[in-house]
Design a protein around this ligand. Sequence first.
Ligand SMILES: Nc1ncnc2c1ncn2[C@@H]1O[C@H](COP(=O)(O)OP(=O)(O)OP(=O)(O)O)[C@@H](O)[C@H]1O
Length: 741
Amino acid sequence: MRVKESDGTEYEYEVTDPQYEGDDDEDDDEDGEYEDEYTPTIPARVAFRRFWPLTKGLRGWLVIVWVCTVIAALAETEAILLFSELTDHALQKGSLSAFWSPASKWLAIAIVGAIVAYAGNSLAAWVTERFVMRLREHVFDHVQQLPPHFFQRHRQGDLLSRLTSDVEAIETMVVSGLVGAASALFSAIFYAAAAFWLRWDLAAATFVLAPLFWLAARRFSGSIKDVSRAGRVADGAITSVVEESLGNIVLTQAYDRRDAERRRLHEEANAWFRASVRSTRLNEAYEQLVQVIETICVLAVIGIGAWEISTGRMTLGQLLAFSAFLGYLYPPVRGLAQLGLTVTAATAGAERLIEILDVRPSVADPRRGAGTDTGRPDGAIEVRDVGFRYPGADRTALEGLSFTVSPGELVIITGPSGAGKSTVSKMLLRFYDPDSGEVLLDGVPLGDFPLARLREYITLLPQETLVLHDTVRANIACGRPGASDQAIEDAARAADAHDFIVRLPEGYDTKVDPNSARLSGGQLQRLAIARAILRDAPVLVLDEPTTGLDAMAARRVVKPLRRLMTGRTTIMITHDLNLAPDADRILVVDRGRIVETGRHDELLARGGAYSRLHRSQNNAMMDTGELRLPLFVEQGGAAPVAATMAAGAPQASYAAAQGGGDGGYAYQQPYGNMYDYNMYAAAGLWPQPMYEAHMGAAPTGAAPMEVQTAVPMEADYGANMPTTLPDGRPLFRDEEPWPGI
Ligand SMILES: Nc1ncnc2c1ncn2[C@@H]1O[C@H](COP(=O)(O)OP(=O)(O)OP(=O)(O)O)[C@@H](O)[C@H]1O
């Protein structure tokens, strides 16, 4: 994969590496490849190789950093030799004249060394941060292409932790590791060479002890990697718990789940606590062991040096310089060993990132040359014998599904919960490709369209309203980036959203976010409709557009929805059959298959699955009848209902109003709240349970109630409803001006 950076640098990134990757067939998914618990263990070398391509374009700078490191180490070595000269010639002999020359050289070297070290370290930081940025963007970009089920299986907090702290761990492994290793290596070589140059026999004697450092590091590396992996997993789990708990704060508070949530956090925090204490203990044990080894080396040097001086084979200056070299030599040698541990620990982070990078997007852009882009399609959809099973699922979600939708038609897909309706929308938007069969737009298989183009042609209005953390304007404009303010406003007007938007504190520039309480569900849905209107795609997929809205809000979105659907091929997935009479065709889906198809009237007359669904929808209304308030329609200058009811007008049964059960009717609730309810109750007009009305039974002691004008819903759903209560107060509370709090 080629990635282009904002600075114009291009680099090649290989997403896969056969060394640690399993076979890449679909079965991987079924084996639970994506589950949180399973993170493949990989060697540091493989992890390093995996991320090395991302350093392309930075490697030249890395070389400069190394050159700076070499110069700084050389300067340091020279400074120590000058110190030895000063000791022997100026200090031991007490000669000031012998001081100036080595002292001025030392100063010059120190200044050059400081400048070079400054430049090298600054450059190293730049390279490092650039790498981290590149890696983070790369992983983020990859995650954004992953299929919906990936996000259902991974906890969000864990993903966040992978994108933040694990990314930094890779940096330790790839860039800092390299810079640190080079710096330590060069320093160690120079100091060791200088020590050998001064006294090779003494140096050889002390270097015999050097492998002890390596043995110590080796002893600790396995445990440090384990504990570091456990720490990273716990870190992800803590972020997940906090994120889930805050996202569910209403449930937590309403059901007083604080203790349960605290316990959940405590469990994860405890795992992190144990990992982090154990990690500190291991690191500390290693440090102290190394200290002891170092002391042994220093004592060996002093012992041998004292003996050499006593025999006259060595000067004090030489011994001091020698000790200084050893003093300078140990940190890089230790650093090299420590680096091994750091890189090993960082590999635990790399494993977690690689696990994500190995998950394939479920769909890909067509290979170059595939497909013919003939411009904006007319919007003919054909679903041809489609079969699909979710990765890891044990049964098929769709089986032999076939239907066509001509340009401009409205097709409703309905059916019981879990039937596969939303899966159809995922096929149409190409979140997944079918396992068998195909989906075509204007006769062209969806897979032949570039993904971005396809999603320009087919717009999804999903079940949950998606809101960006941005202004209202940006939220509408994301339907068509670069749209003019006038176009945005026109879309908002067509979606009946303009009026409430201008009443917001900053109008179109008011900030909203997904958790915002500023907008009601209905208002958010109208924003989404405005976004879809602006997008102006020839095909619309509406997934339960009225679900989650109360009856009033649902009615308010019907008109904008109709405007949105006009002239577009529309596939509406819904349980709400109120718009069914408008549909050109209704598909009833059950267990992934179409079990019935036809127009609303035909299907009702057939008395099959659709009519049962239709009846059950009405029954659901009846089941909750006792909780409902009496329904009525006040229109055409009819007298207020209270007055009509008080006058004892004859009761009209719900069944009669239903017109034989064929289609619903628009009823408006006269009472906006309990106050209204009590007002009517006090008037002796106890509300009649709907199922009784439906059955035609008059409630005992209740004055009969007249349904003055029954408006068939299919004809006038949301069109002629009153906007005020009988006493003149506004009916639509969500349209009230922004209270400013
Ligand atoms: N990510 C997934 N992994 C595995 N199975 C899934 C996944 N998503 C959905 N399913 C299964 O596929 C089947 C069809 O699901 P789908 O969401 O399409 O149903 P639906 O008809 O839209 O239901 P509802 O009306 O409740 O939204 C169901 O059995 C569901 O459990």
